[in-house]
Ligand binder design. Sequence first.
Ligand code: GLP
Length: 255
Amino acid sequence: MEVIIKKDYEAMSKEAALIVANLVKNIPNCVLGLATGSTPIGLYKELIRMHKNEGLDFSKVTTFNLDEYCGLPPSHDQSYHYFMHDNLFNHINVQPQNIHVPSGTAPDVDAFCEWYEDEIEKAGGIDLQVLGIGGDGHIAFNEPGSSLGSRTRMKTLTQETIDDNARFFAKKEDVPRYAITMGVGTIMEAGHCLLLCNGEKKAETIARAIEGPITAEITASALQMHPQATFILDEPAATKLKRYDYYKWVYDNKP
Ligand code: GLP
C-alpha cells in the first residue's frame, strides 16, 4: 500500500494522471477502470490536456466504469454515462465500442451484471482501477455492510450517500435509491487500484480506510488486502493519518 500526500487537489490530480498516462504509454491496449464523482474530474482534465497537447493515445484503450444509477438513461445529465462522456470520453480518442458503463435501465438486472463481469474477464481484467471514496467509506457504490467479496450487482444507497449526492440533482428526492455497482471483489481483482481523496471533510473516513481495521463498514478498507493499492490524497484529506510523517518520508526518499 502506498500513500502519497500532495499539496492540493491540482497536484493530486496531476500525480494520478501521470500514473494513468504511464500505463497507457507502456501498454496501449490496457484496460482502465474509471470512477465518477467530483474527485476524479481534475485527473480527467489532465488526461484530456495530455491527449490534446502531448498526443496521449487512447485509441486502443478499453474502459469499464464502476457504477451507474438505476433508472437513469444514458441521456440523463446526472447519469454516470453522461458524466463520463462529458468529462472525459468526448474529449479523447477512446473508441466508443471500447467504453463500458453499467446500464441503469437494463430490464434484467441480474443478467446484465453477469454480462458486465464476463466482459471484464473477456477484456483480460482491469489493469488499473481509478477510485474515489464516499463520505461513508464506500468505493463505487459498495455501501457499508457490502460483502468484501461482492460482485457486480444492484445496491440500495444509504441516506448519507443520497444526501452527499443531492448537490448534483435539482431536489434530494430526485437522487435514485438504487445503483448497479461493481462489487468489492470485482474491484479487488484489478491489477492496480488507485484511490484519490481530497478535502478535510473526508479526512476521518480516509484515515479509517487506510489505517483502521479491514471492515465492511468502510468498504475502501478492503484495499489494505490489495497487492498494489495507491492512495493519493491532498493535504487536507491527510490530516487525520497517524503515519502522516512516515508516508511523506517514504515518498520523498524513494530509493
Ligand atoms: C459516488 C460514486 C463513487 C465516488 C463517490 C464520491 O458515490 N459512486 O464512485 O467515489 O460518489 O464522490 P465525490 O468524489 O463527488 O466525493
